[in-house]
Write a protein that binds this ligand. Structure first.
Ligand code: RRO
Length: 328
């Protein structure tokens, strides 16, 4: 079930979505259990920014119907803190797997970075590229541009410029994690490819919000106001609720780009992973489900390997749109 991806040979196609599996925390909780069977064939770090960040005020999570809305706000130690404190721990964990059994091959580390300008991203990429412990880089482009306020990844022209600027700073594979919160994700994927991305990953969370159940005390006139539940205001929806959206976006992107695609969104089982592989994904990431069951990645990888037949695109490249194009 091994799979080639950007020059790497991975043991199976199941990886984690950035920010959904804390390998350092998991290793202290599960100890040798995690070392015995690491659930993913490559490990994606949470998002790292140039400066340390505290993240958004609580509450940061809301359970919605069949999903989870988060507004975590990128808490992290910043680039220096990551390289000094987290990277040695991650490298030790990912290279010393296998538990009591024979030494398992190292699990490659993909570091996810986010910046609000091409300069910031370039500094992050250059510093991570220089570290031998890191195998590949993922650019999180769901970040507002400081000047325009628009998400870098939502605007194809801006996205292509940013990837083109960052590309020469990385000798390692460069994955662009696309945002689904855009008019046309396929155009954005093609822009990332044109800018020099080696792979794209999708989908990040869908913009969403939840209102606090209780009303504030009523003013003298008019209805009592409601406020957003999440401390950060709006958030991003993940989990089974977005699975069908993810499948449609991954299928649309995989049909157009020539670079590998990492598909994710609401995956809970081998069947869901198989769907993404069958529409053209090379790898599948598991995200929200790992919060419920941190071992789910291993189960999905096993179940997938037990399924007969090889996986890969089995549907026509040109999937009909719901609305056919208007005739001229
Ligand atoms: O940290 C977050 O709030 C966050 C990030 Br960086 C992201 O890419 N996607 C998401 O749902 N939350």
């Amino acid at each position: 079930m091994s799979v080639g991806f950007c020059g790497l040979e991975l043991a199976h196609p199941i990886i984690n979505g950035s920010g959904t599996f804390d390998a350092i925390a998991a290793s202290s909780v599960f100890a040798d259990g995690l070392r015995g069977e690491f659930p993913f064939s490559a490990y994606v770090s949470k998002t790292i920014t140039l400066k340390p960040r505290d993240g958004n005020p609580a509450p940061r999570l809301w359970e919605s119907a069949a999903g989870l809305i988060n507004s975590i706000g990128l808490p992290n130690k910043g680039l220096e803190g990551y390289l000094r404190e987290d990277l040695p721990q991650l490298a030790d964990l990912l290279t010393n797997l296998g538990g009591d059994a024979a030494q398992a091959p190292p699990v490659p580390l993909i570091t996810n970075v986010m910046g609000s300008t091409a300069e910031e991203l370039s500094r992050l990429v250059e510093a991570c590229d220089a570290r031998a412990e890191i195998t590949a880089l993922e650019l999180n482009v769901s970040c507002p541009n400081v000047k325009t306020g628009l998400d870098i990844g939502a605007d194809p022209r801006q996205l292509e410029q940013v990837v083109r600027a960052v590309r020469p700073r990385a000798g390692k594979p460069l994955i662009v994690k696309l945002t689904p919160n855009t008019a046309d994700v396929t155009t954005c994927a093609l822009a990332a490819e044109a800018g020099g991305a080696d792979a794209v990953s999708l989908i990040n969370t869908l913009r969403a919000m939840a209102l606090a159940p209780e009303r504030r005390s009523a003013p003298a006139t008019g209805p009592a106001p409601r406020r957003p539940w999440l401390g950060g205001g709006a958030g991003g929806l993940s989990g089974p609720a977005i699975r069908a959206v993810a499948l449609a976006q991954v299928a649309a992107v995989a049909a157009r780009v020539s670079i590998p695609v990492i598909g994710m969104g609401g995956v809970q089982s081998a069947e869901h992973a198989c769907d993404l592989l069958d529409v053209g994904a090379t790898l599948v990431a598991v995200g929200t489900e790992s919060f419920r069951d941190p071992t789910v990645g291993a189960r999905i990888a096993h179940d997938l390997a037990a399924q007969p037949g090889s996986h890969g695109p089995k549907i026509p490249a040109n999937i009909p749109r719901h609305h056919p194009p208007a005739s001229t």
